[in-house]
Design a protein around this ligand. Structure first.
Ligand SMILES: [Zn+2]
Length: 228
């Protein structure tokens, strides 16, 4: 899953509007952000098998640290804790912590049975929607659309950067998704892993967009009435 995770990040803004969209993206996509680095380090492994599913060419042979349920729960705990230490916002920290394993639940819908529950000799789970190309696209775009709608209801642009930056962000997400769908299988795991690092760009972009938008329904601290 790709767009769906960002959709969840967008939508989560409704629950804790003080948490930046950049942090929400970081949490919801942490597994896929870290995965390419673990591939490059040889810690996790993937096989490129053209037409492995109707949607992509990836046989995820071994990725228990980024993509097991327990791995994502632990990562969520750590990221939530880090957020709390930095911001002292318990509700925000809880949301950040829960968003990390939300990735596993969403992946569960689309992956073929390759998702472990825990590192080691775990059963592998996956409902396999990736074998249904159209259904996969419907759910990806529906999740992005729903999340975006929630985000736009909860925030409004402060300036052009907030308005057009959001547009650029969404267009780039959709283009990245569609490009992945239509491009041939990567030539090597190294090429895949380096290419996948592009995902990191969406995190600072989301921080920037979010900074140029404001939460609706919240009054700014009123300036002291002037006595004249
Ligand atoms: Zn994933």
């Amino acid at each position: 899953m790709f767009l769906g995770h960002f959709g969840v990040g967008f939508g989560a803004k409704t629950l804790q509007p003080r948490v930046s969209l950049g942090t929400l993206f970081l949490a919801a996509q942490l597994a896929d952000l870290v995965w390419p680095t673990l591939l490059l380090l040889g810690v996790e492994r993937v096989r490129i098998v053209p037409h492995f599913t109707a949607t992509n060419a990836f046989d995820f042979v071994y990725y228990p640290f980024t993509h097991s349920l327990v791995g994502e729960l632990v990562a969520g705990l750590l990221l939530g804790l880090a957020y709390w230490l930095l911001r002292r916002n318990a509700g925000g920290a809880l949301l950040v912590g829960l968003l990390v394993p939300s990735h596993w639940l969403l992946d569960l819908v689309v992956h073929v049975p390759d998702l472990p529950l825990y590192p080691g000799a775990s059963p592998l789970l996956g409902l396999g929607m990736w074998n249904h190309l159209v259904a996969t696209q419907v759910i990806e775009f529906a999740l992005l659309g729903l999340g975006l709608w929630l985000y736009m209801r909860r925030t409004r642009a402060r300036n052009g950067a907030g308005r057009y930056g959001l547009l650029v962000l969404v267009v780039l997400l959709a283009l990245t998704h569609v490009a992945g769908l239509f491009s041939p299988a990567p030539a090597s795991v190294g090429a895949l892993a380096w290419g996948a690092q592009v995902l990191w760009l969406f995190v600072p972009l989301a921080y920037w967009v979010d900074r140029n938008r404001e939460v609706t329904g919240e009054t700014r601290p009123a300036s002291a009435p002037s006595i004249s």
